[in-house]
Design a protein around this ligand. Structure first.
Ligand code: ADP
Ligand code: MG
Length: 404
């Protein structure tokens, strides 16, 4: 079955439409450092506004602990959305409480309100179906229809993504439809050689996808926090770098499978090691097998791939016809540790075939490093979601919209 589209909801004029967006933008001291996800939500929101719907935007931001937490407020996002839409956007200080009810009641046709962070409510991410369902029912009471457009969260069985879509007439928004069109090309018949580049910090999440990706790709390049679990599996010491020792047996298994399948796994041969985590740290390039042999000893922490590795990765990428990249190669937010990510991004812009960047931080990284969206085939708003899609997994937030 295929995804239910906006049209399947019929006329939405005058209807209260809850739109589940992914407005989980990076913030620094309350200032949005990359508004890509807000921009990505505009197509659907404008389509609904133009139909005269009463638009109720819901999203999560960061990982608050199921209760209100001012530093994860969506208020700056509502402000930015208002600027980008060029019209006032109301903001409710809660998600399903008095403020939300008031904001929704006050909506006229074509108006927009943003409700406070979904994850201020423990029900949003609860593993207990009843608890989640109860929160979804409170959300459902605010609307007449639901549009799911937060591609970054479709792999999550969460109240606003999964349960809510069952409680109200629901359909996929334009962003989800656009994302799936590109990702489908990567799963159906990717042009070979096909290279996947993995990095970032969510090590255990991302290690998990490798087993499913191996049979589908020609090259798998490993950077970011997870590279140290690979180095440890090769018998190297990794100082104070990110490491998931429990995953070493799994990684060894992957290396064996890759050899059997003829898949090349690119493991860094040099890394940038820092004396500590911070912009003012001392740092140096070292061979990957000598991380603890620097002046920083065992307290040295690997924060980027080294230049030799970056050049090798860039060459593999440029020689590919299809490339998917998720996860920065290093701590790109700090200038001394951004070179690996820059080299990989640069190489992606030189790919003749299809190049896709996925993931909130990866997208933020390429923009922060001065690349434009047009230099890539596609910039996906979803990291984990796009990876799970490429693995061929059934994603709860898509299945509930009719996708199979
Ligand atoms: P995405 O959002 O693109 O899916 P992640 O959320 O998994 O990516 O990871 C992004 C973060 O990974 C960045 O904030 C970056 O600083 C961090 N990172 C990359 N390399 C390392 C490393 N070697 N050690 C610690 N953090 C790292
Ligand atoms: Mg991230």
């Amino acid at each position: 079955m295929s995804l239910r589209t906006l049209e399947s909801l019929g006329s939405l004029s005058g209807k209260r439409v809850i739109v589940r967006c992914d407005l989980n933008v990076p913030l620094q001291d309350g200032v949005i450092t990359d508004d890509g996800r807000v921009r990505a939500s505009l197509a659907t929101l404008n389509a609904l506004i133009n139909q005269g719907a009463r638009v109720i935007v819901v999203s999560h931001l960061g990982r608050p602990d199921g209760k209100p937490d001012a530093k994860h407020s969506l208020a700056p996002v509502a402000q930015r959305l208002s600027e980008l839409l060029g019209k006032p956007v109301a903001f409710a200080r809660d998600t399903v409480g008095v403020s939300a009810a008031e904001a929704v009641d006050a909506l006229e046709n074509g108006d927009v309100a943003v409700l406070e962070n979904l994850r201020f409510n423990a029900g949003e991410t609860s593993k207990d179906d009843a608890v989640r369902g109860a929160f979804a029912a409170e959300l459902a009471a605010l609307g007449d229809a639901m549009v799911s457009d937060g591609f970054g969260v479709v792999h999550r069985k969460q109240a606003s993504v999964y349960d809510l879509a069952q409680l109200l007439p629901s359909a996929a928004g334009l962003l989800i439809a656009a994302e799936l069109k590109v990702l489908d090309r990567l799963t159906e018949t990717p042009e070979r050689p096909y290279t996947v580049v993995l990095g970032g910090s969510k090590v255990s999440d991302k290690l998990g996808v490798i087993g499913h990706l191996l049979p589908r790709v020609d090259n798998l390049l490993i950077g970011g926090g997870m590279l140290f679990t690979f180095l440890a599996a090769q018998g190297h010491k990794v100082g104070s770098s990110l490491l998931e020792p429990d995953q070493i047996p799994q990684v060894l298994e992957y290396l064996k499978t890759a050899a059997e399948l003829g898949v090349t796994i690119g493991i860094p041969t040099d890394v940038v090691v820092a004396s500590k985590f911070g912009a003012d740290a001392d740092y140096m390039v070292t061979p990957a097998h000598a991380i603890e042999d620097t002046p920083y000893g065992a307290s040295g922490i690997g924060l980027d791939i080294g230049p030799v590795t970056a050049a090798a990765f860039a060459e593999a990428i440029r020689g590919s016809n299809t490339v998917f990249w998720n996860g920065p190669m290093g701590v790109f937010e700090l200038v001394p540790f951004a070179a690996g990510t820059r080299a990989v991004a640069e190489a992606l812009t030189e790919v003749d075939g299809l190049s896709v960047v996925g993931g909130g931080d990866s997208a933020a990284a390429v923009r922060q490093l001065g690349f434009t969206d047009e230099q890539f085939g596609h910039i996906s708003t979803g990291g984990g979601a796009s990876l799970e899609f490429l693995e061929g997994k059934k994603l709860p937030g898509l299945e509930v919209l009719g996708w199979s």
